[in-house]
Design a protein around this ligand. Structure first.
Ligand code: KG4
Ligand code: ZN
Length: 359
């Protein structure tokens, strides 16, 4: 029997099995992360090896360095995830790996690693969309959450408002027309001389500052629920440069707080517009609530504003716990479970898809 046939038969058997344990690997950017997740909801282990130290010197992720570091770390991180879950590779039921979007070399390292293991162990393999992984982080933190719900996905590369209609089914309602929210945070942080990655640093600094100290323009977009952060970022840079030209000491905390407020206000205002409109199924009670996902969902002000909005609109709010907001393997294991149960497995021809979209 060839690998494809073995994997298909095992996948069919899993559909009636009580406990399905997926070993997942994530290598799309600068984290080598592996996890074992049971039934898409329960984390048995979650190991994240961050490469931040390697890239900090360059002020951003250097793709070649990332690929090499993933190559060196993959086996170790996978072994650790299995050890912490108390399982051998043979005792897992399926394997999963991020297939895209992300850095091509980084993705390829993970895809090749898991293809090798899947073939050697005769296990089904699921190729996972990284963005779907971020959305699925909510299933790990909120075991009762079921689609449909509205999700604001905000990461280093994405700012999307999506309806999660069902597991694996999405409807795009709004997206950024230029920079992603995380990218804007990182660029603003760089202007303030903060080290990479800037988002969490701006967030921490902003806690000490006055968010009304500087007025930044409200972005304008043609699409009702679309985002734009490039104008905001340029206005922020101009403010910083003007202060520098005047020889003034930068009030970094106030600048960080003002920028964070503007970005979060923009993110939440479009979500509020959508939730309040007849275009979405809020009143009918057909949706579970509003969810945040992606690295930027760790942002303290965004979480506060989301809580305030959902409180006012009287709809449930779902947010991944902080360590599941940024890249991790558990979210990939959760997303993979639902694809696996749907029989969506990959063959050994699985390749990296750097520009893969969610919808
Ligand atoms: O989801 P993620 O880990 O990777 C991608 O898929 O892109 O997101 C990383 C992004 C970075 O831009 C990082 O600066 C941002 O999320 N980020 C934050 C915070 N934590 C991470 N941005 C603002 N506030 C935070 N607390
Ligand atoms: Zn991510």
């Amino acid at each position: 029997m060839d690998y494809r046939e073995i994997a298909r038969r095992k996948t069919d058997e899993l559909k009636t099995q009580g406990k399905v344990r997926v070993l997942a690997l994530e290598t799309s950017c600068d984290e080598t992360a592996a996890a074992v997740v049971e039934n898409g909801r329960h984390i048995l282990s979650n190991v994240v090896f961050s490469q931040i130290d390697l890239h900090e010197l360059y002020g951003g992720v250097v793709p070649e360095i990332a690929s090499r570091a993933h190559m060196e770390a993959c086996d170790r991180v996978v072994d650790q995830a299995l050890r912490e879950a108390g399982l051998t590779l043979a005792e897992t039921d399926a394997l999963a790996v991020t297939k895209g979007p992300g850095l091509v070399g980084a993705l390829l390292t993970g895809v090749n690693c898991m293809k090798g293991l899947a073939f050697a162990a005769g296990k089904p393999l699921v190729g996972v969309n990284h963005i779907e992984g971020h959305v699925s982080a909510n299933y790990l933190t909120h075991p009762d959450l079921e689609p449909p719900f509205l999700c604001l996905v905000v990461s280093g590369g994405h700012s999307h408002l999506v309806e999660v209609s069902d597991y694996g089914t999405y409807r795009l309602l709004g997206q950024t027309v230029d920079d992603a929210a995380g990218e804007a945070f990182d660029k603003a942080a760089r202007a303030l001389g903060l080290p990479y990655p800037g988002g969490p640093r701006i967030d921490a600094l902003a806690e000490e500052g006055n968010p009304e100290a500087f007025t930044l323009p409200s972005p304008k977009t043609d699409g009702r629920y679309d985002y734009s952060f490039s104008g905001l970022k340029t206005a922020f840079m101009n403010t910083v440069h003007t202060l520098e030209q005047k020889g003034q000491t930068l009030p970094k905390a106030d600048l960080a707080a003002s920028f964070r407020r503007s970005v979060c206000r923009e993110l939440i205002s479009k979500a509020r517009l959508l939730l309040g409109s007849g275009e979405w199924r809020v009143e009918s009670g057909a949706m579970s609530g509003f969810a945040l996902a992606g690295g930027v969902s760790a942002n303290r002000e965004l979480r506060r504003m989301a809580a305030e909005m959902c409180g006012e609109l009287k709809i449930p709010l779902f947010m991944p716990e902080l360590n599941l907001c940024t890249d991790n393997g558990a979210m990939i294991g959760s997303a993979a479970y639902y694809r696996l149960m749907n029989g969506e497995i990959a063959g050994l021809e699985l390749n990296a898809m750097p520009a893969l979209r969610l919808v």
